[in-house]
Design a protein around this ligand. Structure first.
Ligand SMILES: Nc1ncnc2c1ncn2[C@@H]1O[C@H](COP(=O)(O)OP(=O)(O)O)[C@@H](O)[C@H]1O
Ligand SMILES: [Mg+2]
Length: 259
C-alpha cells in the first residue's frame, strides 16, 4: 500500500547543504508494521515527514512515494490535505507541539471529527469522549473540557493518539511517540498502541532510536544510519545475524536485565 523508491531529501540554505535522506526505498503492505530505527539525526523523521509533504520549503525532495497507487511527491497541497490525518495519521514525539494550548481538548477533537465526517457537534463530542475512554483517560466526560496544560505529558500523548484515531487513518506513523515520556508511561503507551493497531486494523510505521521497542512489535525493521537504510529485515534476521556493524551497536545498546 506504501512504496517508497529512491527517496532523497536535501536541505538547502545560503550557508549549508544537509543531505538528510540519501535515496532510501522500502515497501509496506496492508496491516504490516514497519520499524525504523537509528540514532538521532539519521533521517528517520525527515524521511517520514516527506511522505506527508510536511517538510519546510528549504527541503528538496526527489524520488517516489506511492500511496494506494498515486505518487504523493507529485500531489498538490490541496490533495495532500485529504491524505493527511484521514488516510495517513502522524503522531509526533512531543504531543504538545500538536495540541493547541488555547483550546480545550473537546474543542479540538470535535473540530477534527466534524472536519472528517458529517457528524453533528453533539455526535462528535460523544465520539470524542468514547475515544478518550479508549485511550484510558479517566473520567473522560468531565476531562474533555480541560485544556492541554491540565494533563500530564503522557496523557497529552494519549489525547493525540485519540485525535489521530478519530480520523480513522489506514496508516499510522508514530515518530518516537514515547521518547519524551518516563519509562513506565512509555510502556503503557506502547501497549495501548499495540491494542489499538489490532482493533483498528491499521498499518504502522513505528520510529524509535531503541531497537528493543521496535523489534517486539514490527514485522520488518529498517535500520537507518546517516540518511541511508543500512539494513532491513525481520526482527529475527536483524537480531539473529546482523550484517552491519552499526546494527550490532544498536543491539548492544538495548538494556539487558542483569542479576
Ligand atoms: N528543517 C531542517 N533544515 C535543515 N536540516 C534539517 C532540518 N530538519 C532536519 N534536518 C537535518 O536532517 C538530518 C536528519 O534529521 P531527522 O530526520 O530529524 O533525524 P532523526 O529523526 O533520525 O533524529 C539531521 O542532520 C538534521 O539536522
Ligand atoms: Mg526524529
Amino acid at each position: 500500500m506504501l512504496s517508497i523508491r529512491n527517496l532523497d531529501v536535501e536541505f538547502h540554505s545560503d550557508q549549508s547543504r544537509v543531505h538528510a535522506v540519501k535515496g532510501i526505498s522500502y515497501e509496506l503492505s496492508e496491516g504490516q508494521t514497519l520499524g525504523i530505527v537509528g540514532e538521532s539525526g539519521s533521517g528517520k523523521s525527515v524521511s517520514s515527514l516527506s511522505i506527508l509533504k510536511l517538510l519546510p520549503s528549504t527541503a528538496r525532495v526527489s524520488g517516489e512515494v506511492f500511496w494506494k497507487g498515486t505518487d504523493l511527491i507529485k500531489e498538490t497541497e490541496a490533495a495532500m490535505r485529504l491524505v493527511r490525518g484521514a488516510q495517513i495519521g502522524y503522531i509526533f514525539q512531543n504531543p504538545l507541539s500538536a495540541l493547541n494550548p488555547v483550546f480545550t481538548v473537546a474543542n479540538q477533537m470535535v473540530e477534527t471529527i466534524c472536519l472528517h465526517s458529517d457528524a453533528t457537534k453533539e455526535e462528535a463530542l460523544e465520539e470524542a469522549i468514547e475515544l478518550l475512554d479508549k485511550v484510558k483517560i479517566e473520567n473522560p466526560r468531565k476531562r474533555i473540557h480541560d485544556y492541554p496544560h491540565q494533563f500530564s505529558l503522557g496523557m497529552c500523548q494519549r489525547i493525540m493518539i485519540a485525535m489521530t484515531l478519530s480520523m480513522k487513518p489506514d496508516l499510522l506513523i508514530a515518530d518516537e511517540p514515547t521518547a519524551s515520556l518516563d519509562v513506565t508511561t512509555q510502556k503503557e503507551i506502547l501497549e495501548l498502541m499495540d491494542s489499538l493497531k489490532e482493533e483498528y486494523q491499521m498499518s504502522m510505521i513505528l520510529i524509535s532510536h531503541d531497537l528493543g521497542v521496535v523489534a517486539e512489535r514490527c514485522d520488518e525493521v529498517a535500520v537507518m544510519y546517516l540518511g541511508e537504510i543500512v539494513e532491513m529485515g525481520t526482527p529475527k534476521d536483524i537480531f539473529g545475524s546482523p550484517k552491519e556493524a552499526y546494527t550490532k551497536i544498536l543491539i548492544d545498546a538495548i538494556p539487558k536485565i542483569r542479576f
